[in-house]
Design a binder for this molecule. Structure first.
Ligand SMILES: [Ca+2]
Ligand SMILES: [Ca+2]
Length: 189
């Protein structure tokens, strides 16, 4: 049975999934019916950060125009444009043992494509979640369902994987920001 995380909760992946080699990170959301008249496209991204919480290089910013890093340790598996359906809408796969040693933290985010132009925000998004599945056993090991306390934000940090004492841990962050993907990029560059 998967462990359900609360906002801000941190757990060791080694404890909940001993021997985990590859993590399938499923991200899902649904869009409230709105009459913005535009498509509503959310995008998952991953930022691979060094010990100063900056991107190791621009090639370690994984998004729809850069689907993997040079070591192919973090991979974004395609771009969903609508969020329709209840399962995973976008997926990131992390091969934990391939992640370069300098990468201390991997930040998993969801942002709204062209949010300002389309006048969209996370107040129009429901049922957002992030879950981790062990690629080998196909078992769901963790899940974090976000509450609906977001309104004007256009970027969400869903979770962070980070190294501590030689182990990977996860933090269910659940923090919203304005400024979309660019604001996150400015923060980590
Ligand atoms: Ca998308
Ligand atoms: Ca969905």
């Amino acid at each position: 049975m998967a462990i359900s995380l609360q906002k801000g909760q941190k757990v060791s992946l080694e404890k909940v999934a001993p021997g985990l080699k590859a993590a399938f990170i499923g991200l899902g959301w649904d869009v409230n019916l709105t009459d913005t008249g535009e498509d509503f496209d959310l995008d998952a991204s991953a930022f691979m950060l060094n010990s100063s919480e900056k991107l190791l290089s621009e090639e370690h910013f994984i998004f729809y125009n850069n689907l993997t890093d040079p070591q192919e340790s973090v991979k974004l598996m395609g771009d969903n444009r609508t969020g329709e359906g209840s399962g995973d809408d976008e997926v990131i796969i992390i091969e934990l043992r391939k992640v370069p040693e300098e990468v201390m933290r991997i930040v998993i985010t969801i942002t709204i494509h062209e949010a300002d132009k389309r006048k969209q925000n996370f107040g129009q998004v429901t049922n957002a979640f992030v879950r981790i599945v062990d690629v080998e056993t196909k078992e769901e090991v963790l899940r974090y369902d976000l509450g609906e306390d977001y309104s004007i934000e256009t970027a969400l940090i869903m979770a962070e994987l980070y190294r501590k004492d030689g182990q990977w841990r996860i933090n269910a962050v659940g923090e919203g920001y304005q400024g979309g993907l660019q604001a996150l990029l400015d923060r980590y560059q």
